[in-house]
Ligand binder design. Structure first.
Ligand code: MAN
Ligand code: CA
Length: 205
């Protein structure tokens, strides 16, 4: 009787040992998996940290670029730096709050270290239309009637004239206004002595 009991007990212990062995093996495997995924996560975290650091640095650099450009802009100018100027795609823009002739507008821009706007892209044209203000742009044919040039002397290539413009309808219409807020049919030629709002542009480079 004793022998049978001892035998049963031995069997139970053997089974128990096997179970423990197997759960030990499972736990070891699980631990190894956790270790691997811990290592992967650590690596991922380090990569994220490093790309976060890079982006932070890049952002700070961009901020500084804008501030420097702004300092140049406002160098001879009484308003606090950045005041009244809007940044868009590499340039700063200033819209007047009063109206005057094309030539006076241009003088004002020059005093600000800028010039009347030169429209080089569809994006810029759309940006200007977004103000919903009828205003002078830096485009004139006052040098040679019919030959439209930007204020930096470059000839006009991409045009956004309204249908039928330029037509020099009233005596001399030698200066261009942004008149309609339809991106493709927007400009009109008018006499330069007309009183309009205006927009200055200063490139940041
Ligand atoms: C109309 C059109 C234009 C012209 C203006 C002048 O709108 O004929 O082409 O420039 O009048 O006020
Ligand atoms: Ca006209």
């Amino acid at each position: 009787m004793e022998m049978v009991h001892a035998h049963i007990r031995f069997n139970n212990l053997t089974e128990e040992r096997d179970q423990l062995q197997s759960s030990y093996n499972n736990l070891t495997e699980e631990r190894d998996q956790l270790k691997t995924s811990y290592n992967n996560l650590t690596e991922e975290r380090d990569q994220l940290q490093s790309s976060y650091n890079n982006l932070t640095e890049e952002r700070d650099q961009q901020k500084q670029n804008i501030n420097e450009a702004c300092t140049v802009l406002c160098g001879h100018y009484i308003k606090p730096c950045g005041h009244g100027w809007r940044y868009f795609s590499g340039s700063f823009y200033y819209i007047s709050s009063v109206k005057t002739s094309w030539w006076n507008s241009r003088d004002d821009c020059k005093k600000k270290g800028a010039d009347l706007v030169i429209i080089n892209s569809k994006e810029e044209q759309n940006f200007l239309i977004g103000f919903r203000v009828i205003m002078w742009i830096g485009l004139t044919d006052s040098q040679t009637e019919g030959t439209w040039k930007w204020v930096d002397g470059t000839p006009l290539t991409t045009r956004y004239w309204d249908d039928g413009e330029p037509n020099s309808a009233v005596d001399n219409e030698d200066c261009a206004e942004l008149k309609h807020f339809d991106p493709e049919k927007s400009w009109n030629d008018v006499p330069c002595k007309l009183q309009l709002f205006w927009i200055c542009e200063k490139t940041s480079t």
